[in-house]
Design a protein around this ligand. Sequence first.
Ligand SMILES: [Zn+2]
Length: 81
Amino acid sequence: MSRSKQRCFYCGHELLAAHLQRPRSKTRDHVYPKARGGGRGTVKACRLCNQAKGDLTMAEFRVKAVEGAMFYGEGGEEWET
Ligand SMILES: [Zn+2]
């Protein structure tokens, strides 16, 4: 088994073990939130992104992230596409 590092689907940050309970610990995020009709897909994401995303869909979250520069502070660096 390879031990390649896992990265957050949204921010690309390296994921830490889930049991560490850190902002960058691994979680599973529902691509389509249950509150919005649910969906089958989940992605690996850090806790920070998972919490920030909440009930938004992926597309909505990306817009919010770009407009609010939520992770990168003032100015807001470009969101990698
Ligand atoms: Zn993340």
